[in-house]
Design a protein. Structure first.
Length: 615
């Protein structure tokens, strides 16, 4: 394979902080590499240097194979808010399209439109200022993929994408004959796309062929071997120290080289590699949680004719862990803001008559139904846009606890660093600490995996698995969801929410099986085939719709599930009261088990019929 990129002796530092120094590596044609390193060690800086957006402090040498085309996806896409989507891409890629003839330009524009459509952005004239963060990211990726570059450099490509978009990008990159270097925290995406992992550690680059699991195993071996060598050096150092002390007269002339070697040995003996990790043991406790968490009854929310929530009824339970998934713009963040009461009266109207007679300048949404919150509820809300630090504040100003800061990978020499000097991931880590240190009993996390490095994510997952409160996670990270949640609220659009019991992977498997069975039913008969005198129609079979009986079944299922939920809540209230006799307590517990089993069966059937009704 041809060498696409050769790096020699490049360095980067900001003030006294050295990100990396005199590093070098090689990337060959066909390599699909994930770059892994803790936040703040210079991953983004390295990519920007390779893409020509920044320069190495030490000069060094960066050599790309002649005539290969390079495309760079930055974390933030620079755009004109007044331009339409297609106009934005065509103007942004003018350096690429400037030398194209008319036919090539037409083909490029067609590719752009195809990618935009695949990413569910069919309105090419929609202005950039009207797009969500995830939609802007899809525009940037469409521009990159349409370039047909030989070498893609990508910085956190899955940040802000919904799962459908992630899976499309994942499938395309895994099939594409391209060379790739990317930074990502998405471990499923990494495993499905990449064949190599490159790690930046203590100023050196280490390369591992294979998947993420292989990387973890080989990295552990490397560190163990390094520390074993350190032990050997310490033994040699001990003997040299004895020689130095016992023969002071030898410290002249020919023995000087041995004294110099002694100091080199001393430096090497002090180097022990340890796995940097976030330790959250001190924050595993939470405030006492009562039986009522958040109860929702027939809750709807809409702006004009657009529903973000429609007739939602659910009582959140103690210790449950629920994941929230759905496409960008389906209403997930709106739902969280309603649960937490973050919508103020100037944003929400609760009087339908008043809402219908609102003035043209009234931009409030209409909220109906009941949302009740428990008296002992203490909410910790980790937002996507929740970081509101004063850039002049230091790390210690924000969290005045040196012990906890040290546990969160903020060593003593960083405590007086101003926030404006921190990397995006370091700011996220600091923000996370401000939430967890308050010990909430309901923890809501809106896209917590964005900008956090993989090491931090692994330890955060372990903490959340043992969290002694109720957990609600909005996330597009499939690995994160699979490890943590008991069930999913699937936002289907138009305010419809479906409750799926199980992990995200189980949900996707269910959907794929359902779609496969649908295709089998809808598969057209072979053209021109006949049975006896009866000719088989060449037209595709009609898609299955709900029969009258199935529609009635669906309505009854909804009533049954609501009744079961009320019965379960009442039984839990009686059990918590402490007034039941032993035999009554036993019967109530057995009945709750029966209710859970019945509800699981009904929810699976309800989900099946609901999906059929939408098609």
């Amino acid at each position: 394979m041809a060498s696409y990129l050769q790096i020699e002796n490049i360095s980067k530092s900001y003030g006294p902080k050295i990100l990396f120094e005199n590093i070098g590596f090689n990337i060959n044609e066909g390599d699909k590499i994930a770059l892994i390193a803790p936040n703040g060690t210079g991953k983004t800086s390295l990519l920007r240097i390779l893409a020509g957006k920044d320069k190495s402090d030490s000069g060094g040498k960066i050599t790309f194979l002649k005539n290969i085309r390079i495309a760079f996806l930055e974390q933030e896409y620079d755009f004109d808010p007044e331009k339409g989507i297609l106009d934005q891409i065509m103007s942004s890629s003018s350096a690429l399209t400037g030398s194209m003839d008319q036919e090539s330009l037409w083909a490029y524009e067609l590719r752009v439109k195809q990618f935009l459509t695949s990413f569910k952005l069919p309105d090419f004239s929609k202005k950039m200022k009207e797009l969500s963060g995830g939609e802007v990211k899809r525009v940037a990726i469409s521009e990159m993929l349409a370039s047909e570059a030989d070498f893609f450099i990508m910085d956190e490509p899955t940040n802000h994408l919904d799962i459908d978009a992630i899976e499309f990008l994942e499938g395309w990159l895994s099939r594409a004959r391209c060379t790739l270097l990317m930074v990502t925290h998405d471990r499923y995406f990494l495993d499905h796309v990449c064949n190599t992992i490159m790690e930046m550690d203590h100023g050196a680059i280490y390369t591992y062929r294979g998947d993420y699991q292989n990387y973890l195993e080989k990295r552990e071996e490397r560190i163990a071997n390094y520390n074993a060598e350190t032990d050997k050096v310490r033994n040699i150092l001990r003997r040299e120290l004895e020689w130095i002390r016992s023969t002071p007269q030898a410290r002249t002339g020919k023995a000087k080289y041995r004294i110099d070697a002694f100091h080199e040995l001393k430096d090497r003996a002090e180097q022990v590699r340890t796995e940097k990790s976030v330790t959250l043991d001190d924050m595993k406790g939470s405030a006492r949680l009562g039986t009522k968490i958040i109860n929702c009854k027939d809750v709807s929310f809409r702006y004009g004719d657009k529903y973000y929530l429609r007739n939602f009824t659910y009582n959140f339970q103690r210790y449950e862990k629920v994941g929230i998934v759905g496409r960008n713009g389906a209403g997930k963040s709106t739902f969280i803001n309603l649960l937490t009461g973050n919508y103020t009266p100037d944003m929400v109207c609760t009087d339908e008559a008043e809402y219908m007679h609102r003035t043209s300048g009234d931009t409030r949404g209409l909220l109906t139904g009941v949302i009740e919150r428990g008296e002992s509820l203490k909410i910790g809300y980790y937002r996507q846009t929740g970081m509101e630090f004063n850039p002049e504040d230091t790390v210690l100003d924000i969290v005045n606890d040196t012990y906890l800061l040290g546990r969160f990978l903020f060593p003593h020499d960083m405590l007086n660093n101003k926030v404006e000097k921190l990397s995006g991931g370091e700011k996220r880590r600091l923000y996370l600490l401000t939430i967890l240190k308050e010990k909430p009993n309901l923890l809501i996390m809106d896209e917590p995996t964005n900008d956090l490095d993989i090491v931090t994510l692994n330890i955060l997952e372990e903490y959340l698995k043992e969290f002694s409160g109720t957990l609600i996670i909005v996330s597009h990270d499939r690995h994160f969801l699979d490890r943590l949640v008991d069930h999913l609220f699937v936002f289907c659009g138009d305010g419809v929410i479906k409750d799926f019991i199980g992990s995200y992977s189980e949900y996707r498997s269910f959907i794929k099986d359902y779609e496969a069975s649908r295709k089998a039913v809808d598969k057209p008969a072979a053209s021109g085939r006949s049975r006896g005198n009866e000719k088989v129609s060449d037209r595709p079979a009609k898609k299955a719709k709900l029969t009258y009986k199935e529609q009635k079944e669906l309505e009854q299922l909804e009533k049954d599930m609501a009744a079961l939920a009320e019965e379960k809540a009442e039984l839990e209230k009686r059990i918590s009261s402490g007034d039941l006799a032993y035999d009554q307590l036993q019967k109530a517990s057995e009945r709750i088990g029966e209710i859970i089993s019945l509800n699981d069966e009904k929810e699976m059937r309800w989900l099946e019929l609901s999906m059929k009704a939408e098609n």
